[in-house]
Design a protein around this ligand. Structure first.
Ligand code: NAD
Length: 370
């Protein structure tokens, strides 16, 4: 198969979808890999390393899309890329369709086969291609939150762990999945007073078992959230309803109940955000203030640590990319239900129910294309 790896063009996105090690795995199976020149540079990989691994480089993004039967990338295509995507081309990347109607419509019009990292699902319902980036974003949420709690950064001037004789900061984490657990580990390690909320009681039981003593669990509902927000210094949004928009657990009116200088880090921004006042920001301009509450809502947090993120992501995506390349998407999806669940848009049809529901558009089962 001919595989294209374009350079990411989203603001401050330095990750790349394939490492030289991944290129070697694909080329040794007889596939042709074309990497856009300098695509790996932001993650520390030179063009020469890809060439040594058996790949070829192409000077432009247009040539990379033009030649490829399968495009592997990291972030969802942005507007200048829409017109480069061709009918029947397989595009394997994060899409997050449910929060982006123009992208959904553009991909329907392209006639491409869109296999979304975020909905590839294992039999135990875990999302293997979301996990590595959630691990990174969860850990980063505390690093960023701690930074913005500093006075010169707009926060209340609180040190996350406190010091002997001074109480630590209070951290509230909404959602105890991968992001929430990694955030809790980091915050607890720094000595903060941490509470994780979730709607899943079994998950809360598990977290209560494995987390250190400075982490408490609490059932997530509006009443309990209102009770806690006034006293917490850093609030991390980490909920997910797979394939659907995030529910607004913190509404605009709740900001008035918080202490001025509270920091909100809404990691779920890529699914629309679980804080009503959240709107996507970039690493260049990551924060804004509403009602004296500092919001950090960067939609591609792992993009700031591309070295760690590229290795973490490709560790997880490469085995699936190899199956798609070896067998073609129809056979690979027929034989592996995890990949089948990744199909979101095929030949103009929406084949993932959550996406169709999000926009009131018709849904067609993916099986009809196998
Ligand atoms: N901004 C970024 O750069 C970035 C990076 C990675 C992941 N994310 C996003 O972070 C979010 C969380 O991802 P994850 O991997 O932790 O998902 P996950 O599925 O592992 O965890 C989500 C958790 O949310 C819980 N939940 C659902 N409804 C809830 C509610 N009403 N109240 C409290 N908890 C609730 C679920 O029970 C689950 O435990 C996703 O939207 C994901 O796309 C963003």
């Amino acid at each position: 198969m001919i595989i294209g790896v374009p350079k990411e063009i989203k603001n401050n996105e330095n990750r790349v979808a394939l490492t030289p090690a991944g290129a070697k795995e694909l080329t040794k199976r007889g596939h042709q890999v074309y990497v856009q020149a300098t695509a790996g540079l932001g993650s520390g990989f030179s063009d020469e390393q890809y060439v040594e691994a058996g790949a070829k480089t192409l000077p432009t993004i247009e040539e990379t899309y033009e030649i490829a039967e399968m495009i592997i990338k990291v972030k969802e295509p942005i507007e200048p890329e829409y017109k480069l995507i061709k009918k029947d081309q397989l595009v394997f990347t994060y899409f997050h369709f449910a929060s982006h109607e123009p992208l959904t419509r553009a991909m329907m019009e392209s006639g491409a086969v869109c296999l979304a990292y975020e909905t590839v699902e294992k039999p135990d319902r875990s999302l293997p291609l979301l996990v590595p980036m959630s691990e990174v974003a969860g850990r980063m949420s505390i690093q960023e939150g701690a930074k913005y709690l500093e006075k010169p950064m707009g926060g209340r001037g609180i040190l996350l762990g406190g010091v002997p004789g001074v109480r630590p900061a209070k951290v509230l984490i909404l959602g105890g999945g991968v992001v929430g657990t990694n955030a809790a580990k980091m915050a607890a390690g720094l000595g903060a007073d941490v509470t994780i909320m979730d709607v899943n009681l079994s998950r809360l039981r598990y977290l209560d078992d494995v987390m250190p003593a400075n982490v408490n669990t609490f059932m997530s509902n509006e009443y309990n959230i209102r009770e806690l927000i006034a006293t917490h210094d850093l609030i991390v949004g980490a909920v997910l309803i797979p394939g659907a928009k995030a529910p607004h657990l913190i509404t605009k009116d709740m900001l008035k109940e918080m202490t001025p200088g509270t920091v909100l880090v809404d990691v779920a921004v890529d699914q629309g955000g679980c804080i009503e006042t959240c709107k996507p920001t970039t690493h260049q301009d990551p924060t804004y203030v509403i009602d004296d509450i500092l919001h950090y809502c960067v939609a591609n947090m792992p993009g700031a640590v591309p070295y760690t993120s590229t290795l973490a992501l490709t560790n997880a995506t490469l085995p699936y990319a190899i199956q798609l390349a070896d067998k073609g998407w129809q056979k690979a999806c027929t034989e592996n239900r995890e990949l089948l669940l990744g199909l979101n848009v095929v030949n103009g049809d929406i084949v993932y129910e959550g996406v169709a529901k999000a926009f009131g558009l018709p849904f067609s089962p993916a099986e009809k294309y196998l």
